[in-house]
Design a protein around this ligand. Structure first.
Ligand code: MF3
Ligand code: CO
Length: 252
């Protein structure tokens, strides 16, 4: 599939989709606390998405059974919400959410501390978020896709962290996953040239230890091979003539 360039009309719809998703994330951030189950987070997330006129795009995607991916501690991504998984003080939790608004998808992830966490884990969360920002400094028309990848990978690796290689970011628009794939690690090739109107989901997944991951028996939950913690940060962005526009994050 070719990389799509969105028209002005499509960009407006992508903006709207992204704004609604940001509101969902802001509300979910408020309920993260010791004692809540990952199932509670999913239920509230689905309700919020629908109440805003969106459709949860993760629900039933290739059989995924929930609207929000809730990944705790050594779970990297695609954790399946469960009534049995109660968040505890000291956990870190990644919430990955997406929605469809008038046919246009948005996708964003945040990692939060649950109560008081160790400085080591807070640093992992902060560096993962910053690696996204390092990446998107390169997200400018005329640059190449892997300029983003290289900036993310180099930054995260400078802290000795493991950069997940088995999962990558992606183009996004009328489908959740469009071309191109967006690695978070340093690449030998340049990748495609960036053009205004491209909409991309840039999503570093960074591990405290090894970059290696495996899939649990539920066929969804991705966990670190060494059991160390992992963080995820993602926004849907628009390539413009100047700075990239963050469609799922209106601040910073
Ligand atoms: N945000 C994720 C992604 O970019 C989650 C999609 S997986 C799903 O791929 F199955 F939950 F939808
Ligand atoms: Co994504």
């Amino acid at each position: 599939m070719a990389v799509t360039i969105k028209s002005a009309r499509e960009i407006e719809l992508m903006r709207h989709s992204g704004r609604l998703l940001e509101e969902v994330h802001d509300a979910l951030a408020e309920i993260v606390a010791p004692g809540i189950t990952t199932w509670d987070i999913d239920k509230l997330g689905e309700e919020l998405i629908r109440s805003k006129g969106g459709i949860p795009n993760f629900l039933n995607y290739n059989g995924y059974p929930a609207s929000i991916c809730v990944s705790v501690n050594d779970q990297v991504v695609h954790g399946i919400p469960s009534k049995k998984r109660v968040l505890e003080e000291g956990d870190i939790v990644s919430l990955d959410a997406g929605l469809i608004y008038q046919g246009y998808h948005s996708d964003a992830a945040r990692t939060y501390p649950v109560g008081k966490i160790s400085p080591e884990h807070q640093k992992l969360i902060d560096v993962t978020k910053q690696s996204f920002y390092e990446g998107i400094k390169m997200a400018r028309a005329g640059n190449h896709l892997h300029d983003i990848s290289n900036a993310i990978g180099r930054y995260a690796e400078s802290f000795g962290y493991g950069v997940v290689r088995d999962l990558v970011g992606h183009g996004i628009g009328t489908a959740l996953h469009e071309d191109p794939s967006i690695p978070n690690y340093v690449c030998k090739s340049k990748g495609i040239r960036l053009v205004p109107g491209m909409t991309l989901a840039v999503e570093p997944m960074i591990n405290l230890g090894t970059w290696e991951v495996y899939w649990e028996d539920d066929e969804w939950t991705v966990v670190t091979a060494d059991g160390q913690y992992s963080a995820h940060y993602e926004n849907t962005i628009l390539i413009t003539d100047g700075e990239p526009e963050l469609l799922t994050c209106s601040h910073q």
